[in-house]
Design a protein around this ligand. Structure first.
Ligand code: GTP
Ligand code: MG
Length: 195
């Protein structure tokens, strides 16, 4: 699946702009700067398919990418970013929530969590929304290359404990680094195995 053609389809700013729901899709959600766009590039083997940045708030639209005409990969705007103008943040959040709870072909949401920080209050809001919408979600820990060995197990335990009350959560965590490539093959296999 990932060896084939990958292309940018469109950036969407309103639910009315979503492409036809004619194939399965997976999305990448998470706090601003957690590494969503970078992970999409790592998965697809492109350097700059999805635009990335050191500045949180880079992705401001819902960006659609196609994998071999059979799947969409969806890069979402980040949440929990306080520096953008209030009205702009409110608009992204509305769109994000409408998307996460209103897309019938959304097969799985990958919720990215910074491997150094674990699940925060602002993440919980999204996890609850996914529970309510009955969208199966799976946590992907990012930036594993930056996690100190001594903190690794502690963070994994925190994340597992926080996921316990969420019925829509997959218990299996995926630990990734777009820097070293750790976990990328695993995540590809998960996406390719969805049916
Ligand atoms: P928004 O679009 O603003 O919501 O951010 P995003 O979640 O798409 O983050 P993005 O992919 O733009 O990455 C943010 C920063 O984190 C960039 O400087 C990336 O290079 C860096 N980054 C992402 N993944 C990793 C990783 O696995 N390891 C390290 N060391 N840095 C990473
Ligand atoms: Mg982004």
């Amino acid at each position: 699946l990932f060896a084939g053609r990958t292309e940018f389809v469109k950036g969407v700013v309103a639910m009315s702009g979503l492409p036809a729901a004619d194939r399965m899709e997976v999305c990448f959600a998470g706090r601003s700067n957690v590494g969503k766009s970078t992970l999409i590039n790592a998965l697809t083997g492109h350097k700059a398919l999805a635009r990335t940045s050191n500045t949180p708030g880079r992705t401001q639209e819902i960006n659609y990418f196609t994998l071999q005409d059979s799947h969409y990969l969806v890069d979402l705007p980040g949440y929990g970013f306080a520096k953008a103008p209030v009205a702009v943040v409110a608009q992204w959040q509305r769109l994000l929530k409408a998307y996460l709870s209103g897309r019938p072909t959304l097969r799985r949401a990958f919720v990215l969590i910074d491997g150094r920080h674990g699940i925060k209050a602002v993440d919980e809001e999204i996890l609850s929304l996914l529970d309510t919408a009955a969208v199966p979600f799976q946590v992907v820990l990012t930036k594993a290359d930056k996690v100190k060995a001594a903190d690794r197990e502690k963070i994994l335990d925190q994340v597992r404990a926080r996921l316990q009350p969420h019925p829509a959560a997959f218990p299996e965590l995926v630990v990734t680094s777009s820097e070293t490539g750790a976990g990328i093959e695993t995540l590809r296999a998960i996406v390719a195995g969805l049916d």
